[in-house]
Write a protein that binds this ligand. Structure first.
Ligand SMILES: [Zn+2]
Length: 239
């Protein structure tokens, strides 16, 4: 299908989208390489200044290429690239529409997020990797089933609120960031936190971090790109 055009949205093949497309593909490969995604899940990036986003077409994150990206508007209208869109494109459309501060969104079926989405205990920060979360941890989107409609996407976005992450019951998670890189690092850290919390809970009630202690860690914002560089370096032997 030929690309549609829409006022204020760059044409899909325009050079101004090259860098964001490449970062999006790298983000998908990182989540796959780190074992967070499997055959499913997707990452989306807001098209700067437009009510539109880029994500992978109906393809596994580990198989993502620039040629397999798609651009949609927030109503799901096709604006260019490979087809079909992923089943759960409303996740990205609704979260990006509700959160102008968000540029990157990751949706995964992370084992650790799924585990805590069904447990009676919340996934609360007990390591400074969880400093981007509130002390009581991410909320849980309770509706079972895939997010294939705008209605479900809006409910998910409302559950996320102004937070960084939402667990999805019996499903996975959705994590947002002020950049694709931040969303990816948060997704990986959420998984690490889940693994650690699971181990800790085997021994009783963990000593969780308080809101005040999380603030202490959050005050240190040096080296925000270091994690991304590390995960990119681990992709070098991938092929
Ligand atoms: Zn899903």
């Amino acid at each position: 299908m030929a690309s549609s055009t829409q006022a204020g949205v760059p044409v899909f093949d325009s050079m101004e989208l090259d860098e964001i497309k490449q970062t999006l593909v790298t983000a998908c490969h990182i989540l796959d390489h780190e074992g967070i995604t499997d055959g499913y899940g997707h990452v989306a990036a807001r098209v700067p200044g437009a009510d539109a986003f880029l994500t992978i077409a109906n393809v596994s994150p580990g198989c993502a290429t620039v040629e397999r990206l798609i651009m949609l508007d927030f109503d799901g209208k096709y604006l260019g690239g490979a087809e079909p869109p992923p089943n759960e494109w409303p996740i990205h459309a609704c979260v990006l529409k509700a959160r102008p501060d968000v540029l990157g969104v990751c949706h995964t079926h992370s084992v650790w997020s799924t585990l805590f989405s069904v447990l009676p205990v919340k996934l609360r920060p007990l390591h400074h990797y969880g400093k981007f979360l509130s002390a009581d941890g991410p909320p849980v989107y309770e509706a079972a089933g895939l997010v294939r409609t705008i209605e479900r996407g809006e409910l998910l976005a409302r559950t996320l609120g102004d937070g960084p992450a939402v667990l999805m019951r019996a499903h996975g998670d959705t994590v947002v960031g002020a950049s694709i890189e931040q969303a990816v690092q948060r997704t990986i850290r959420l998984a690490k936190l889940g693994e650690l919390a699971h181990l800790a809970l085997l021994h009783g009630e963990p000593k969780y971090l308080s809101a005040r202690e999380l603030d202490t860690f959050s005050a240190d914002e040096r080296f925000p790109a270091r994690g991304w560089e590390y995960y990119v370096s681990r992709l070098k032997n991938r092929d």
